[in-house]
Design a protein around this ligand. Structure first.
Ligand SMILES: Nc1nc2c(ncn2[C@@H]2O[C@H](COP(=O)(O)OP(=O)(O)OP(=O)(O)O)[C@@H](O)[C@H]2O)c(=O)[nH]1
Ligand SMILES: [Mg+2]
Length: 291
């Protein structure tokens, strides 16, 4: 298994999607989009490889952040290969890469992403400065948004992963159930449509998923933390929730290749991001231990 890690917003999920060849992991321009680790399966005639996307590394400020960092820790523990991603155009991420300690005994690949944001000379200069005296097994430059360098990256990772018989059926690309992806697509749409703090306060739960119906019937609840946010998510005369519903429905229809009826509702769950019990209810795991 290859774990994909790095600071928020550097392009980890975009890379996972191109490595697998499917739009599995949600991607938005906002940091902290990914909250849970996500397993993608790549299979060809000779290999099966598991890639795990993770939330961005950050200093936890509340319980949801702790859960997100525990997700990263789990992926790191299980990894046979580690892929650390930086944004070439973001100084903080370069500094973080300089301080990053590659785990002993595990090949670590440094992926220099967003190469379109710097010139070629700059990219080479950064690569040289980051690799000098460091323990990266190799360095690969990519533009995840256009898939540039991703084939080379995949080849490199496949060459480093231990060989084993396929763990998953050859047609599988994911291990999570389709309702997880439906919830994520609704959350992705919330991140796209809502501003400021509101998207970060959203969590989505699928309450009903009836595949036997035509169109497929899906009822989902969007949780937010405060009454004022509820008004924002619903919008004037319901305009915002309608827009989120329409866009999310289109995405889910493309995913399952079936017409969908999407029934969205909004509910306040006060301060759910800071309350371990509520996080659990919403499907987020917390590390064991006192808090
Ligand atoms: N210019 C440019 N943008 C990119 C590139 N790769 C990804 N992006 C954009 O960067 C933003 C973040 O991408 P994600 O894949 O969601 O990043 P992430 O690391 O998974 O982010 P978190 O889940 O928040 O940690 C999106 O708007 C992407 O379209 C790239 O190579 N160049
Ligand atoms: Mg992500």
């Amino acid at each position: 298994m290859c774990a994909i890690i790095g600071l928020p917003n550097v392009g980890k999920s975009t890379l996972l999607n191109h490595l697998i060849g499917e739009r599995l992991s949600i991607v938005t321009h906002k940091a902290q989009t990914t909250r849970q680790r996500l397993l993608g399966i790549y299979t060809d005639e000779n290999h099966q490889a598991i890639f795990v996307d993770t939330p961005g590394l950050l200093e936890p400020r509340y319980a949801l952040h702790e859960s997100m960092q525990a997700e990263v820790a789990r992926a790191r523990t299980d990894a046979d290969v580690l892929m650390y991603v930086v944004d070439l155009g973001w100084k903080t991420s370069l500094e973080h890469a300089r301080d990053f300690e590659t785990p002993p005994g595990i090949p670590s690949i440094l992926c220099l992403n967003k190469a379109d944001r710097v010139g070629e000379d700059e990219s080479t200069r950064i690569r040289d400065s980051l690799t000098e005296g460091a323990h990266w097994h190799m360095t690969i430059t990519t533009v995840a948004s256009t898939a540039r360098g991703v084939d080379e990256l995949r080849e490199a990772i496949l060459g480093l992963l231990p060989s084993s018989p396929p763990l998953y059926p050859v047609d599988d690309i994911a291990a999570a159930p389709v309702r997880f992806f439906a919830a994520e697509l609704i959350r992705e749409t919330c991140f796209e449509e809502l501003a400021d703090e509101v998207p970060y306060a959203t969590a989505v739960e699928i309450e009903t998923f009836r595949e036997a119906d035509d169109p497929v019937y899906i009822a989902a609840m969007i949780y937010i933390e405060r009454e004022s946010q509820k008004g924002i998510v619903i919008g004037r005369g319901g305009s915002m929730i309608k827009s989120i519903g329409r866009k999310a429905r289109g995405k889910i229809e493309r995913l399952i290749e079936r017409p969908v009826y999407l029934d969205l509702r909004v509910k306040v769950m006060p301060n759910w991001r800071r309350r371990p019990g509520r996080l659990k209810l919403l499907g987020y795991d917390l590390p064991p231990g006192p808090r």
